[in-house]
Design a protein around this ligand. Sequence first.
Ligand code: 26W
Length: 798
Amino acid sequence: MQLTKEKFIRDFKDAVHEAQLIKVPAATPTEAFVSLAKVIRKYYTPLWLERNRKISEDQKKVAYYFSIEFLPGRMLETNLLNLGILDTVKEGLADLGIDFEEVKNAEHDMALGNGGLGRLAAAFMDSLATTGYPGFGNGLRYKYGLFKQRIVDGYQVELPDSWFGSIGNVWETRKDHDIVDVKLFGNVYLQANEEGRIMPVYENAQILRAVPYDVPQIGFGNDNINNLRLWDVEIPEEYELNYPTVADRRRVQDITATLYPDDSSYEGKELRLIQEYFMTSAGLQTIIQSYLKQNRPLENIHEKVSVHINDTHPAVAPAELMRLLVDDYGLEWDKAWQTTVKTMSYTNHTILSEALEKWDAELFKNVLPRVYQIILEIDNRYVAELAQKGVNPETIENTRIVKNDQIHMANLAIIGGHSVNGVAKLHTELLKDDTLHDFFVLFPEKFNNKTNGIVQRRWTQIAAPELSEAIDKTIGTGWRTDIHELRKLNELADNPEILADFYQVKQDAKAKLAAYIKETTGIDVSTDAIFDVQVKRLHAYKRQLLNLLHIIKLYWDLKDNPDLDMVPRVFIFGAKAAPGYHFAKSVIKLINEIANLVNQDASLQGKLKVVFLENYNVSLAELIIPAANVSEQISLASKEASGTSNMKFMMTGAVTLATLDGANIEIKDEVGDDNIVIFGMDKDEVYQHYANHDYYSRGVYESNPTIKRVVDTFVNGTIPNSASEGTEIYEALITHNDEYFLLEDFEAYVAAQAQIDALYRDKEKWSRMSLLNIANSDKFTSDDTITQYAQDIWQLEN
Ligand code: 26W
């Protein structure tokens, strides 16, 4: 959109006067932020209205991305950048004596997600708007997002994330117009109606009101605005008498109160099931209503609507759509089923079996009695159809939805949809060959890969403005709109001046992070050191502990030989652990205690520093990632479905130190073997261990003195204040046979780290590697990923 600085200043002043009844110079950053948001809303509202009008006038097919998590982080700067008015606004504010950074920091992260899955959903929203495809989000409006993490005495403490604060969500619009009701609990029986149709009769159901709040998703440079619809729950006025006490009301409000903070294991909690159903049912109801306005037959809804199931959390969708089509709109079962399968598609984000959702049939039946009946019917018909085709009984049993009194949600998503995708090449292969092999044999045509991506604009132009300027200076600004132009940097990678420029940009980013580290932890770190970073959720399979084992080895090397010739290293961690995940919390405690140990030891001469930054979130990632020299992506091969931070690090010039897992493999393919450091077992070697049952960690421990010394450090009193956590870790590694093969990969990891040290000493060589990583990162733009979803899975037009 077009905007002059003068007009902006006038609008902004007016907004401050009107909203705060104060003059601009008196406005606090929060007041300035609220007023700025009001001004921006005024700018985009006509664009948003126009977009909605156009989509319905053109009767375009729309994809709805159903996700229990969306993790956009802050929206202000993205919104301004995408509207094309970021520089104008920054200049206008500067004229008024207002620091844009302060205003920006007044916005609370929108953290309605745990990690990769939620961040990916937010990235897809941005990219859908940017590519111009009509793709809308559908999720929950949690009052509290992912917990705020504080570290007290080295331990993680969780605090509620009250992100609404006193100002609420400045971007959202409540849409009373689209309110719907959602039914839970009660009894259902079937009865013939006057026309002889068998209809469900509900008794004593709880009826809740679903209220949508729409958050605009602004496309980059195209004035295109899509919709992220987040549902809140309310008690319908007419049923108020059913909720006489505060406790009664609270039980309802709980449905949208908090995001479940667990991304490591599935928990069969009733409230979670209600959350999942609530957003799915409400979303589908409004989708049908808006489709019907086009006066088209419901049995063709797949021609104008796609519903995407992001992981299994919204996987009740095929059954709920069947319920709506058959019960509420009177479609024949077979017709309804055909259109349902054509409408639905599903992405799997993990092969960890403990994270695959299964519901106890009893619990499910109690909460969703009618949907339960429908699932049984889908399951019966599925089994009968396959049996009739002569499929062997074992395959049928493996793939059916209801068995052993459990409902397998992934199976429902696969059977009830036409597409199943993994999120990186290796992950999709593993799904086909292993996790979902029986499905792949039955329905090979449903399977496809969609390697994840990132919103390059956030990780370059917003998080790394100095890097972006350095790129502008070398290849011009075209890459800002067409990321593939980054490839031009490949030709410049031998130019020493350019390399020196980029080196300096990284040094400046490191200085910024160093200042933050000093301010928040008191630890001094030198920008001459290698900044070696591992930031992600804390999980055993991601192997933060392997990183720690190497740190302990370095510690002993330096204690043995204080003059050891090594490039100084700062190991930086950021990680939240699921509140109930004991082992993960013990690892956090140990990282912090080891940090205390090494940071205070003068004999190490500052060569080794360990920093744990609390409350890792999107905004902190924007500070940390551009400052990294080394990107730690060291999960056990086969376990990390894709990873997406690996892509962000690459794009901002870190060198990846990685196992052949997830998208690391594709990063290696893009950047070439010389510009990445790979180590450890590959997926086949891991699977061979599983098949042969031949791994014995105690044997490795007893026969390798270095490993023994490192592991013993956890239990011999070297690390203060962590006896019980140290024992727990020792036992995981030795008594419980080291589930993620840390000891097996240890030596390879140490060697890879030595290689990093050697490479970094040659400044020019390192800078070249760094630049080549940036130059070849364009493959990972989520704009291209979403284009593939839109074309291959959803068949959309932009
Ligand atoms: C049921 C509890 C639960 C909740 C969330 C289990 C598992 C999850 C998610 C599937 C975990 C997740 O975020 N997976 C990550 O998805 C990213 C986006 O595709 C991938 O890049 C990561 O590799 C994958 O771990």
